[in-house]
Design a protein around this ligand. Sequence first.
Ligand code: DGY
Length: 331
Amino acid sequence: VQREMSTLPRVYVTRQIPPEGLKILRESGQVQFELWDSDDAPVPRKELLQKVKGVDGLVCVLTEKIDAELLDAAGPNLKVLSTMSVGFDHLSLDELKKRGIRVGYTPDVLTDSVAELTVALLLTTSRRLVEATHEAKTGGWGTWRTLWLCGYELANSTVGILGLGRIGVAIAERLAPFKVKKFIYTDIAPRPELASIINAEYVSFDELAKQSDFLTVCCALTPETKEICNKDLFSKMKNTSIFINTSRGGVVNQEDLYEALSTGQIAGAGLDVTVPEPLPTNHPLFTLKNCVILPHIASASYTTRNAMSALAANNLLLGLRGEPMIKELKL
Ligand code: DGY
């Protein structure tokens, strides 16, 4: 048994991923894997660099930076990387490509969960729910007042989507029944097929800023989108607009966002993602009543996280067998 085990491809899993994925790996009989057996803290970098030595496959989550240093530490056996995330900004794609390493990721299975949370965050921010519950339980609730805790409603509004993909479409589909007047979007180029699903109009970046009552960021973080939401964007937005980001914190210049929120340039912001994560509790954004900050939970439903785990495991196993993965990144 010992000898048989040792001939199986070696895999390192950088996190105690949800049970469905671990079960698939365990029951596959196709790999021997070692696990960083915790979900409370990421594997320390030094340990990771040790553990990946000589592995054939690697399963990671978004807290691991997969760069040249790590790939060198792993060495030439490494054939397949499978990340339990749709985002891939933690991966050095050039370095992976150079080494001929195939990459699996987990789009689609989290779309519903992320869209649902985005709607929740949008309404929480626009209708000031965090402020409201705080007031209710800390004595701020006096008489019923005519303009107290007023916010902005979706009915008759224009919703702008920055980066139209699967998630942007899913968000718009959920927002439409709130009687949104118009959906607009911008992207590198028009995406007519996706746009037609939600009847969205393609506009320039500037027009998106100017027209949106709600602006929701749904793009991937790439060198092109890094800090694309900055002073320039916020200064063109209406002072009644709500900014929502459930993509990656890196698309936002947080100093500029702080400025826009604290001066009333925009009405509010809801963020599920920040730089860094976790955002230090003494960060200025936490001092603002009109900023709702969540700890990166958009895909956090039991169903979705298990589906991501299972997809990551299946991508890995398929990749190691030399077969097409269910969801593989084109490098
Ligand atoms: C991802 O998958 O990239 C999310 O940020 C976490 O689900």
